[in-house]
Each structure stands twice: as structure tokens, then as C-alpha cells.
Write a protein that binds this ligand. Structure first.
Ligand code: P70
Length: 458
């Protein structure tokens, strides 16, 4: 791993402030013990998400200023089209305001009631958009993904034998598309290997099913392939990306991650017939196709950011920083998901707080304590995010894993910020027996975690 410093220097800063502990206690109580309800200015270090939180470069800002603002045909559309064709290589694309808009257009066009969408693992909005379109999301990731301690190079892989058995069981007619999410955000930001993507593509072709990639964190995935997969050491991230996308019929993409922008996304495909449908729906619900619900400057920033994301010095820095935080925690015995992912370090809250049962949301309890302890905002990826209430029995079905994600916004925090985060978590780990669970008092049926409310259990 590179020991070079950050390949950038800081040109503009934003002040952050740490409130006294009593104030943090009052604020989290007022927020219903849900960190999504906190004001950002009340957070000292914000690791809620790596989405829309990147620091943009001077070149992105300059590009934004210079581009024309127009309803139709802005030059920024053509910049983004050029970058997309060069890096992704799809024939057609539509800019959209963020990843879930691409999901909405894709699933509204392709799904029908009772259809299945297999994925290695759906993330929250993907799952919700499948359900909203009366589809059934199915996670077919390799079993090892659920073992947080197992060290494997590509724990995000789809289990291809499960996939083929599933297609045979349900019949290809009931499966309008197959998806693979790179990296796999729901289980630790784990990468998917090129071999696995190739195998999924072969199966999809064999059964005549379109194959789409959820490409939110494609460049981080490519860098893992370069480091870990035989035969890719001497290929560039761009070459690896082109190969990945060459196996797919299209992709959804949230620019808020690896286009290094604060908003934006794309829906891409090679299938002309689908593109025609996507285009007409996009015009109805997003905006004209040359701006996709965005200000034109956002398209320009995405076009430039995509090249910054595939820069290998940048990727080396990014991966080194995630590993730095992981090592600080691991060295003190804090149970993290191993190996660390491409955009975040995940804590295994089941192991951190074994005395709190899933119905009492151990991940959320840890997120709340971390805010109270240090003003750090993490996010729960466990039963608050993925737990279900059985509609027939009313019984709570917990998620398979109880994780807490410390997402690292890109180019935003220094190692010193992360050292502070690690120190706070290590302190909490030493005092873990004092941490109590939470009772959920409100949650909507879909995407409950965003607006849920909790109360402490004493
Ligand atoms: C995140 C955000 C968004 C996402 C994703 C994958 C693999 C699609 C999307 C949708 C969402 C989030 C979660 C918790 C806290 C804050 C935000 N992921 N596919 O942080 O993209 O947001 O642009 O609609 O990860 O992981 P978009």
C-alpha cells in the first residue's frame, strides 16, 4: 500500500464545531435518536455517507463556471457523454439527478408485478424502488459475505450457482433483469471480481436476461481488481472499467459517489429499444435528456470528476485512508468487517454489543453513542435499515447483519480526523457493556431508517 501523502492540497476549508456533551445528548434526544434528523452543523465529523459529500476539485469548480446553462444541448451534456463513452463505453445514456432516479426509470420500465430482480445485494433505495414497482428484490451474494471476519479478496461476488438455480426455478420470463452492485455497499463495501462479473454476464446471456450494473462505486471496485485479481496488475483503472461494462447491457450510476460531485447520476445502456423508453420516461419525470433534472454545471462537474476518480494516485490515497482507519480499530480489537471496503469501514455491531438483541437495534445504539461521545455521525446498516415487519404476522424479522458504517467522504477529512474517530470508538468499545439498546417507536414501511424514531431502553 502506498505511503505517499494525499495527492492534493487544501484550497478552501469549512469550519467544524464540537458541541459540549450535554448539548449533543439533548440534540440526539430531540432527533428521536435518529442521526438523519440532526442538523449537519451539529455534527463534528460527518461519516453518515460518502454520497454527495466529496470535496470537489478546482478543475471541477472551474468547469462548472465555464459551462453554458441551457435547457437543451448544453456543452456539459456533451462533455459528460464523452466521459461516459470513454470510461463506461455504453452507447446511450441519460443524465439524472441522482442514482435512485436511474433506478426508478429502469425498474418502472422493466418490472411487472411479481417479477424478480436478483442482485448480489440490493442497497436500500434499490430494494425500495424494486418493491415500489411491485417487483421482488433477491440477494444472491456469496454466503461468505455474511461472515464479517472472513478475509476474502472478493466478498461482494454473486453466488453464480445460486443465480442459475434461481433462474431455473422461477423461469427467465419472470426475471426482467439481473443486477450486480459494485462495490457491495450492503455488506461492507466489498468488491466483485472481474471473473464473477463475466460469469454473471454469461448466465444472463444464456437465459436472454438483460444484465445491469449498479456502478455507484465502480472505480474503487476496479482498483481492488487491479490489486487483487490475477492478470490485472498492469491494466489501468479505465481499462478495467471498460472491461467490466463490456459485459453488461447497461448501468445505473450515482455521481454523488464516484463522479466526485454533490449531486447527479446516469442511466446507461446499449439496448436501443430500452433507451427509447428510458428517454421518454426521463423527460416526463426528470427533465429533458440533455440536463436530467440538474443544472448543466453539475453535468460538467461529473464529467471532470469521473476522470479524477479513475486517477490511480487518487485511488491509492483513497484505499490507504480507509485501511488507516481500519488498522487503528483492528489493532485495539474493535470488531470491524474484514477486509475493509472501498468507501467505508464497517463495524460489526453484533460483536461490539453482543448483549443487545437485534430487536433493540445494536447498530443504531452504537451510532447514537458515537454521536453522544464524540459528535461523530455514522450510519446504521442493520435491522433499522434492512429489518422487516412480516405483513401477515406483524413479527419483526431482523437483518442478517448489524453493521455500523463509517463512510469516508472523498478528499474531505484528514487522517487526524479519522484518528479522533478511532479513539472515540476504542473508548466506547472499552465501555461497551454500559451501552443500552433502543426501542423503535416509529418507522414507515419502506426506507424506514431515514425517518425512524427511537427511545432508549433503560
Ligand atoms: C450511501 C447512499 C446510495 C446508493 C448506493 C447504491 C449501491 C444506489 C444508491 C442510490 C445512500 C445513503 C445511505 C445512508 C445514509 C445516507 C445515504 N447510497 N446504489 O450512502 O444513489 O443516493 O444517488 O440516489 O449506495 O450509500 P443516490
Amino acid at each position: 500500500m502506498s505511503d505517499l501523502p494525499e495527492p492534493f492540497k487544501i484550497k478552501m476549508v469549512e469550519r467544524i464545531k464540537l458541541h459540549p456533551r450535554e448539548k449533543r445528548e439533548a440534540l440526539i434526544r430531540q432527533a428521536g435518536y435518529n442521526v438523519f434528523m440532526l442538523k449537519a452543523e451539529d455534527v463534528f465529523i460527518d461519516l453518515l455517507t460518502d454520497s454527495g459529500t466529496s470535496a470537489m476539485s478546482d478543475e471541477q469548480w472551474a468547469g462548472m463556471m465555464a459551462t453554458t446553462q441551457a435547457y437543451a444541448g448544453s456543452e456539459s451534456y456533451y462533455s459528460l457523454e464523452k466521459a461516459m463513452k470513454d470510461i463506461f463505453g455504453f452507447k446511450y445514456f441519460i443524465p439524472v439527478h441522482q442514482g435512485r432516479a436511474a433506478e426508478n426509470i429502469l425498474f418502472s420500465t422493466m418490472l411487472f408485478p411479481g417479477s424478480y430482480v436478483p442482485n448480489n445485494m440490493h442497497f436500500d433505495t434499490t430494494e425500495a424502488n424494486v418493491l415500489r414497482n411491485k417487483g421482488i428484490p433477491v440477494n444472491l451474494v456469496v454466503e461468505e459475505a455474511y461472515d464479517t471476519q472472513k478475509i476474502l479478496p472478493f466478498k461482494g461476488n454473486m453466488d453464480v450457482s445460486k443465480l442459475e438455480a434461481f433462474i431455473k426455478e422461477k423461469t427467465p420470463e419472470k426475471i426482467p433483469l439481473i443486477m450486480v452492485t459494485i462495490t457491495n455497499n450492503s455488506a461492507g463495501g466489498q468488491p466483485v471480481s472481474m471473473q464473477n462479473i463475466r460469469e454473471v454476464s454469461e448466465i444472463a446471456q444464456k437465459y436472454g436476461i438483460p444484465f445491469f450494473i449498479d456502478a455507484c462505486r465502480f472505480a474503487e471496485n476496479c482498483f481492488f481488481i487491479k490489486q487483487r485479481e490475477e492478470g490485472y496488475q498492469n491494466k489501468s483503472v479505465k481499462e478495467i472499467a471498460r472491461e467490466i461494462f463490456s459485459y453488461a447491457d447497461g448501468c445505473t450510476f450515482s455521481g454523488k459517489k464516484e463522479a466526485l460531485t454533490n449531486i447527479g447520476g446516469m442511466l446507461c445502456t446499449n439496448i436501443e429499444e430500452l433507451y427509447e423508453k428510458f428517454k421518454n420516461l426521463a423527460i416526463t419525470i426528470e427533465g429533458f435528456i440533455t440536463y436530467g433534472g440538474l443544472a448543466c454545471r453539475e453535468l460538467e462537474a461529473m464529467a471532470i470528476g469521473l476522470y479524477e476518480a479513475i486517477d490511480e494516485e487518487y485511488q491509492a490515497y483513497r484505499h490507504r485512508q480507509i485501511e488507516y482507519l481500519a488498522k487503528l480499530l483492528r489493532d485495539e480489537g474493535v470488531p470491524i468487517v474484514e477486509p475493509p471496503g472501498g468507501h467505508a469501514v464497517y463495524i460489526d455491531a453484533k460483536r461490539f454489543l453482543p448483549h443487545i438483541p437485534p430487536e433493540e437495534f445494536p447498530g443504531q445504539a452504537l451510532v447514537v453513542q458515537l454521536y453522544i461521545e464524540a459528535g461523530v455521525r455514522a450510519v446504521e446498516i442493520g435491522s433499522s435499515c434492512f429489518g422487516k415487519v412480516d405483513e401477515k404476522t406483524g413479527k419483526f424479522v431482523p437483518a442478517r447483519m448489524e453493521l455500523v458504517r463509517l463512510s469516508i467522504p472523498r478528499r474531505t477529512y484528514t487522517d487526524n480526523h479519522l484518528r479522533y474517530v478511532a479513539k472515540s470508538l476504542i473508548k466506547l468499545y472499552k465501555e461497551r457493556e454500559q451501552i443500552r439498546g433502543l426501542r423503535r417507536v416509529y418507522a414507515p414501511r419502506l426506507l424506514g431508517h431515514f425517518t425512524a424514531k427511537f427511545e432508549p431502553i433503560n
